[in-house]
Design a protein around this ligand. Structure first.
Ligand code: AMP
Length: 114
């Protein structure tokens, strides 16, 4: 099976700005930022999307969220606040079929989202 974009990034086959990495997850700068700080954090394991995560992934998903909060704190977003977003499927705005969580901050984000 061919590698996903984020698997290629994790394998250093596509250059990117890495902000955090451990054996389970990678956090990078989004190439098309929608806020002054726009990071992506994803599991190295290519879970396609949250709807396809399995019960066996529950520890990995907890790790992903805890690391997202850690990365956001290190990016200086704790005091102002930030948003974590997971897009799922076409209507959710998903364009990369490899589960990832957006970390958005550095400006006032509006609700409801567009
Ligand atoms: P989504 O639309 O939720 O699937 O998010 C995919 C995100 O990946 C978008 O915000 C893109 O800007 C971002 N993206 C696509 N290609 C790259 C890349 N090579 N490096 C960093 N971010 C990327």
């Amino acid at each position: 099976m061919s590698k996903t974009l984020f698997e290629k990034i994790a394998a250093r086959e596509i250059p990117t700005q890495i902000v955090f990495e451990d054996d389970l997850v990678l956090a990078i700068r989004d190439i098309n930022p929608q806020a002054p700080t726009h990071l992506l954090i994803f599991p190295k394991k290519p879970v396609p999307r949250i709807a396809e995560a399995a019960p066996a992934d529950h520890q990995l998903l907890g790790h992903l969220l805890l690391k997202a909060a850690e990365v956001a704190e290190k990016a200086g977003l704790n005091q102002s606040g930030y948003r974590l977003v997971i897009n799922n499927g076409p209507a959710g705005g998903e364009t990369v079929p490899h589960l990832h969580c957006h970390i958005l901050g550095g400006r006032q984000l509006i609700w409801p989202p567009g």
